[in-house]
Design a protein around this ligand. Structure first.
Ligand code: S3P
Length: 428
């Protein structure tokens, strides 16, 4: 139960290239490198609990991992092996759901499990469409909850209209479709993050995207290996963007960030609220990468109702900016927030109320009236993004955040970076 105490230190000019590496891309590097027959080279892999779980699962499936400085070389085995133990996905929804798709067509028997938070998150959204094409998947509560068991089987191709915009669902199906016996198609209501499509295309898969529709040809030979530098994670960087946006006379420069449009929408919401933000693209190989400069300006309330899939990880941090804005901010159409690492609607609402703000909760969102943050003690609810968001609120008023061990799942050096902006210490 490690608590974090944060209190304001005043204005800052902060520049960093040390934001945690992108979590979504790191998970995919660990899994996708198993689809090649040659070693993949991955620089700047995220060294955090979630992605280290996925890397260790790749090892359990037979991969050899060599680390030299900041570079991982992931060598796939000649044939993937059936592991003798359960595969521990820790806290990671991305790991368990992508692996469900990946393993469902592999010969063998697999059990995927995770921590108590992951074990209460819905899995039928992936298991059901996979079962429809022949996957043999089971789990607690009629196959809805982990532990999840998978017996590899021959899969049919799919034409799946996904009812939710979820990159985890889309990616699980795409991974299954790579070994299906024919061409598959998938559509989603709005576009979710598209790293799977981009990375597999670069590895040689015939996968085409048009808006929210994907057409996928099964792989006919092992894929080209990855040779990639993982950019820094815009969702992790966003905590520091909010820090700059709520502290008068401050400026934050985030270097070498992933600038994929499905990942920087929250920065655009901050822009709509009044913050000055500049995106400077520096390269574009697997995806667009560059710097983001955030400069304080007074904030005004905003309505957030579109592109929710592009904001799902950043809404807890945005809520801190809502609390500092003039007027009301409203989040709608965001029911998915209820099935993340915690129920992010009720937990954020609860914590903001403890900070003295006026907040209303709805089934699919919430409304925050901007005001003064007051000294408070809040909980992380085991959710890394809730913990880090309220640590940033500590730059407005002294804040104690209970149970912050979860920050290790995505951003182990968060506290060190935050120490440049505020007074930070640990408690029990
Ligand atoms: C992720 C997809 C998102 C996001 C998660 C990472 C991914 O989940 O919340 O942190 O890497 O595919 P959904 O797309 O399932 O909502």
């Amino acid at each position: 139960m490690i608590s974090l105490h944060v209190s304001p230190k005043g204005e800052f000019i902060f520049e960093t290239s040390k934001i945690a590496s992108d979590k979504s891309i790191s998970h995919r590097c660990a899994i996708f490198s198993l689809l090649s027959d040659k070693p993949s080279v991955v620089r700047n892999f995220l060294n955090a609990e979630d992605t280290l779980c996925t890397l260790s699962i790749s090892q359990s499936l037979g991969a050899t991992i060599n680390k030299e400085g900041n570079t991982l070389v992931i060598t796939p085995p000649i044939e993937l092996k059936e592991p003798i133990s359960i595969l521990d996905c820790g806290n990671s929804g991305t790991a368990i759901r992508l692996l469900m798709g990946f393993l469902s067509s592999l010969d063998g028997f697999y059990v995927l499990h995770g921590d108590k938070y992951l074990a209460s998150r819905p899995m039928k959204r992936v298991a059901n469409p996979l079962r429809e094409i022949g996957a043999i998947i089971d789990g607690r509560e009629d196959g809805e909850l982990a532990p999840i068991s998978i017996r590899g089987a021959k899969l049919a191709p799919f034409n799946y209209d996904s009812p939710i915009a979820s990159a985890q669902v889309k990616s699980a199906l795409i991974l299954a479709g790579l070994r299906a016996e024919g061409i598959s198609t998938l559509s989603e209501p709005t576009l979710s993050r598209d790293h799977t499509e981009k990375m597999l295309r670069a590895m040689g898969v015939d996968i085409r995207s048009e808006g929210c529709n994907v057409t996928l040809h099964p792989m006919t030979k092992p894929l080209k290996p990855l040779d990639i530098t993982v950019p820094n994670d815009p969702s992790s960087g966003f905590f520091f963007a909010v820090a700059g946006a709520i502290t008068p006379n401050s400026k934050v420069t985030l270097k070498n960030m992933l600038l994929n449009p499905t990942r920087v929408e929250a920065y655009k919401v901050l822009q709509r609220m009044g913050t000055k933000i500049e995106f400077i693209e520096k390269e574009n190989s697997y995806d667009s990468v560059g710097d983001i400069v955030i400069e304080y300006a007074p904030l005004k309330g905003v309505v957030v109702e579109d592109n929710i899939a592009w904001l799902i990880d950043e809404l807890p941090a945005l809520s801190i900016a809502f609390g500092c804005a003039k007027g009301k901010s409203l989040v709608k159409n965001a029911k998915e927030l209820r099935v993340k690492e915690c129920d992010r609607i009720s937990c954020v609402v609860e914590n903001l109320k403890k900070c003295g703000l006026h907040v209303k909760e709805f089934e699919d969102g919430y409304e925050v009236t901007g005001g003064e943050f007051k000294q408070a003690t809040v909980k992380s609810y085991g959710d890394h993004r809730v913990a880090m968001s309220f640590a940033i609120a500590g730059l407005k008023a002294p804040m104690t955040i209970r149970d912050t061990q979860c920050i290790q799942t995505s951003f182990p050096n968060f506290k060190e970076l935050l120490s440049s902006l505020g007074n930070v210490s640990n408690g029990d």
